[in-house]
Design a protein around this ligand. Structure first.
Ligand SMILES: Cc1cc2nc3c(=O)[nH]c(=O)nc-3n(C[C@H](O)[C@H](O)[C@H](O)COP(=O)(O)OP(=O)(O)OC[C@H]3O[C@@H](n4cnc5c(N)ncnc54)[C@H](O)[C@@H]3O)c2cc1C
Length: 430
């Protein structure tokens, strides 16, 4: 007999169907609904757990290609020498053993929205009553000349954590003192708005301790960035910014973005032909919803997936709910905190829909912490609600950025940041 804990080839639905190798087989009969989730990141893992917590009669199957997840939050700290890359890894065992979530380690290659079937890489087919899509982002390689996925082993983006994080960390270690690190940040929208600036801070932290004559140049296609004043204040205090001895320089080039890379020589070229030579080049590409969302017709022209916010249901296909980075949840940022919050709202909505109950009017929360040094943290927080017209809005008077900038308060923020990492990964993966 197949155990739900074992990796299945199992998938129940209200019709109780397992479809394998293009063949539809009856596995078990169940009156319960079958929710299938694509992607075991912060969004997918959280929604799997919370649906099972809310209603144990609903069968939940999580499909994810990797047996462990490597967290992007915390990955900049690895570059600063504050964390080991292995400490970013989380597995799905607890979702299976504590919450009886069916796990399938595989990749979804297509979604048949009419028949409500997903197909996996091995051609296995799984039927769903409700599908939740949380596959994260992919990169827009069409906005850059000379560089693509195949050259990321030379010019790492490190915007998906793991091998790429280690590669960038090793390049920094191999760089001579006095070298230049160029960070090319992406245009909006992208995952983790403060991420590139925390990265600059963490690289500066490493360089200050090991290669103090080195420089960091941030080439930015934006005129403003998240927590800008707090970052700049921190950079001035710890690394030098805005004078001749600065370790960090920020160059805003909205009208003259980077369009070309000479990978071999690590030279970036802008639209006006300006060239910048790097010793270590960290190019973070422009982004869009992950391939599976795009291929399945879940994205609009923006490259992201439009949803009705109170249920996260796709506005383009019924019975498909999209959460996390791939979805359009603005003004919520694309963050792990937001993905976790969207996942909980989505779990409540799906349980209510399946139980023929009204969907509640939800509230979403986000906080983004960043470290400037080990003991200098900053944050931005916000609460979001739907207004009378069903539009997602910031709640007036809620949230804000770090107010107290004395050393004790900033050190507390750094501790909150580390504590937040422990809490969110526990909430999502165990
Ligand atoms: C450097 C960096 C630092 C960050 N720091 C923070 C931070 O401090 N705080 C914060 O809140 N956020 C942070 N973020 C943002 C955060 O990582 C993302 O917003 C969050 O991971 C989004 O969760 P998600 O579930 O939408 O996508 P992801 O976490 O990316 O998960 C997507 C999952 O879907 C799977 N998948 C993709 N396609 C398929 C398919 N076809 N079939 C099956 N599975 C598939 C992938 O394998 C992956 O496991 C950071 C990001 C970066 C890059």
């Amino acid at each position: 007999m197949l155990s739900r804990r074992n990796f299945i080839k199992l998938a129940g639905s209200s019709a109780g169907l397992l479809i394998a190798s293009c063949e539809i087989k009856q596995l078990k009969t169940s009156a319960s609904a079958h929710v299938v989730i694509i992607g075991g990141g912060f969004g997918g893992a959280t929604v799997a757990k919370y649906i099972r917590k809310l209603d144990k009669t609903i069968q939940v199957t999580l499909i994810e290609p990797n047996t462990h997840y490597t967290s992007c939050p915390g990955s900049n700290w690895v570059l600063g020498g504050l964390k080991k890359v292995t400490s970013l890894n989380f597995n799905y065992k607890s979702l299976s053993s504590h919450y009886d979530v069916n796990l399938i380690y595989n990749k979804v290659t297509s979604i048949n929205t009419n028949k409500r079937i997903v197909t996996l890489l091995d051609r296995q087919k799984i039927r769903y009553d409700k599908l939740i899509v949380s596959p994260g982002i992919d990169f827009r390689w069409d906005t850059i000349e000379g560089h693509n996925e195949s050259t990321t082993n030379i010019i790492p983006h490190a915007w998906k954590a793991g091998v790429q994080t280690t590669l960038l960390a090793n390049q920094l270690k191999a760089m001579d003192d006095g070298g230049t690190v160029v960070i090319c940040t992406p245009p909006n929208p992208y995952k983790c708005p403060p991420g590139p600036y925390e990265r600059a801070s963490m690289i500066a932290h490493y360089l200050k301790n090991h290669k103090p004559k080195s420089k960091i140049l941030i080439l930015d296609p934006k005129s403003h960035f998240s927590k800008q004043n707090l970052f700049i204040e921190g950079w001035k205090k710890h690394y030098g910014f805005g004078d001749n001895n600065s370790m960090i320089e920020w160059l805003s080039i909205p009208d003259n973005p980077v369009i070309k890379i000479d990978v071999k020589n690590k030279i970036v070229e802008t639209d006006f032909g300006d060239k910048y030579k790097a010793d270590v080049l960290n190019y973070i590409p422009a982004q869009k919803a992950a391939h599976i969302a795009e291929e399945s017709g879940l994205c609009d022209q923006s490259g992201w997936c439009p949803v009705t916010h109170n249920s996260s249901e796709s506005t383009l296909h019924s019975d498909i709910h999209i959460i996390g980075d791939a979805s359009k949840y603005s003004p919520l940022p694309k963050s792990a905190f937001a993905a976790n919050s969207e996942a909980k709202v989505c779990a409540f909505a799906i349980v209510n829909i399946l139980n023929e109950q009204e969907i509640i009017s939800p509230t979403w929360i986000n906080t983004c912490y960043s470290l400037i040094t080990k003991s200098h943290g900053i944050s931005v927080a916000m609460v979001y609600k739907l207004n009378k017209n069903g539009k997602l809005n910031k709640v007036e008077g809620a949230g804000g950025v770090t107010q107290n900038t004395d050393d004790k308060s900033l050190s507390l923020e750094a501790n909150y940041s580390r504590q937040w990492f422990k809490n969110i990964t526990k909430d999502s993966f165990s």
